[in-house]
Write a protein that binds this ligand. Structure first.
Ligand SMILES: [Zn+2]
Length: 107
C-alpha cells in the first residue's frame, strides 16, 4: 500500500468531479492530490503534472480550495503548452473556464 504518495480521498473526489465538470475528463486520473504544508506565500501548487499539493490551511476554506484546484488543474492541462506558467494561454483558459461558470460561487 502506498502511503507517502497516496492521494487524500476527499481531495481526489474533488479533482475527479472538477475533471468531469470542466475538463471533459481529459486530465489524467493518475494524479496524486494531497495536503501538505507549503510556504506562507503558496496555497497550492502543481509540483509536477502528476502531483497537486494543497496547503492544509485550505481545509478551512472549501471554496478557496476548489478555486485553487481549478487553477492547478489548468496548469496540468497546459503543462506542455504554456511555457510561462501564468502566461497568455493559461490566462485565456482561465477566462474560458470563468465564462463557462467554473468559478461561480467560488469568487
Ligand atoms: Zn499557478
Amino acid at each position: 500500500m502506498r502511503t507517502r504518495n497516496a492521494s487524500d480521498a476527499k481531495l481526489k473526489r474533488i479533482y475527479r468531479r472538477l475533471n468531469r465538470q470542466w475538463f471533459g475528463r481529459k486530465l489524467s486520473d493518475d494524479v496524486v492530490v494531497r495536503w501538505t504544508h507549503l510556504d506562507k506565500h503558496t496555497q497550492a501548487e502543481a509540483t509536477t503534472p502528476q502531483l497537486l499539493q494543497f496547503d492544509a490551511a485550505l481545509k478551512k476554506w472549501p471554496r478557496t480550495l476548489e478555486f485553487a484546484m481549478v487553477h492547478e488543474m489548468t496548469h496540468i492541462e497546459l503543462w506542455d503548452v504554456d511555457e510561462d506558467h501564468h502566461g497568455d494561454r493559461w490566462q485565456a483558459r482561465m477566462l474560458e473556464l470563468a465564462i463557462a461558470g467554473a468559478f461561480r460561487y467560488l469568487w
